[in-house]
Design a protein around this ligand. Structure first.
Ligand code: OGA
Ligand code: MN
Length: 302
């Protein structure tokens, strides 16, 4: 069967048919998948049967598996495929106001994953395991399409500047208590170029996230206002895709060029997605994202 694609939106993303992810996990077709990923930034596969092992195998083809909990695991405890879930180990759903649910609510802010890590994420491979009858969509926004369409006046205000990111910043927007937890304060603040250039095709994308708190050359209120303006531009309906989950759906996106967010659902309903992020490597354009000490804009508020 040959691979075919159907557009998800007018600007980015495709639904892929004729490529079984079980085959990819066994070594067939990753080259095609990776080309589609570079070209379209977001890929949807429906009706897939993907075990945790398959999931891990596919993720490893993209790059190193991101393991944010490595330092919290006891000796001998194995890596487990992370679940984005409101279901506790005892099977009950977490209460709407507990810290775990609040953390899920932080996902409702537009973000790219792991911009706060010393090595950020290249992709997230998200699989629908338990889905809700209503709500709980995952939404994507193309910062590549948005950057290409952005008025020069707005581009000029951010081009060539570094942007500072930290995990606790996005958590503080939801709850000050959440932001204080050690797990959100493990890494030093990260400073990334505002534009990620894809090394395969040269396409540029704005690199922002809910974790971003300062843009070089602007003070805190100016940074906040500019970030808000950039998010508003990038998340206009024609740059976004909203995915209502079915069990067996697999969504893969390029974190260098796509923002995402979760959306609310009735919290008494269980919702579980499996999620593996992989880290970028130098081949994905990481080096050009680092701000060298000499090029740091004077007047950085950091
Ligand atoms: C994630 C994420 C959103 C959702 O897994 O990184 O942001 O819809 N998920 O659960
Ligand atoms: Mn996320």
């Amino acid at each position: 069967m040959s691979i075919s694609t159907q557009p998800l939106t007018g600007t980015f993303g495709v639904s892929v048919s004729g490529l079984d992810l079980q085959d990819v996990a066994r070594g067939q077709g990753f080259g095609d998948l990776r080309s589609l990923f570079e070209e379209h930034s977001a890929l949807l596969f429906r009706d897939q049967t993907v075990t945790d092992d398959d999931h891990l195998a596919i993720a490893q083809m993209f790059g190193p598996i991101e393991d944010r909990l490595a330092d919290e695991r006891k000796p001998g405890e194995a890596y487990e495929v992370p679940r984005v879930s409101n279901v506790r180990d005892d099977g009950a759903v977490t209460a709407a106001d507990d810290l775990h649910t609040l953390n899920l609510k932080s996902n409702f802010l537009w973000h790219a994953d792991s911009t706060f890590l010393p090595v950020p994420a290249l992709t997230n491979i998200l699989i629908g395991r338990v889905v809700t009858t209503t709500g709980g969509a995952t939404e994507l926004a193309s910062t590549r399409a948005a950057w290409a369409a952005m008025p020069e006046e707005l581009k000029t205000r951010v081009r060539g500047r570094g942007i500072w990111h930290k995990y606790s910043h996005s958590r503080a927007k939801i709850s000050p208590e959440l932001a204080k937890l050690p797990m959100f304060n493990k890494w030093p603040d990260q400073h990334w170029n505002s534009i990620w250039t894809n090394p395969v095709n040269g396409r540029e994308a704005l690199y922002i996230a809910s974790h971003a708190y300062a843009i070089d050359g602007y003070d805190a209120p100016e940074s906040k206002a500019l970030l808000e303006e950039l998010f508003a531009f990038c998340t206009q309906p024609h740059f976004t895709y909203s995915h209502q989950w079915a069990v067996g759906d697999v969504l893969i996106w390029d974190q260098r060029a796509v923002l995402h967010r979760g959306t609310p659902w009735p919290y008494d309903q269980p919702r579980t997605l499996s999620s593996i992020c992989t880290s970028v490597t130098e081949a994905d354009g990481l080096d050009a994202m680092r701000i060298s000490a000499t090029s740091t804009t004077e007047g950085s508020i950091h």
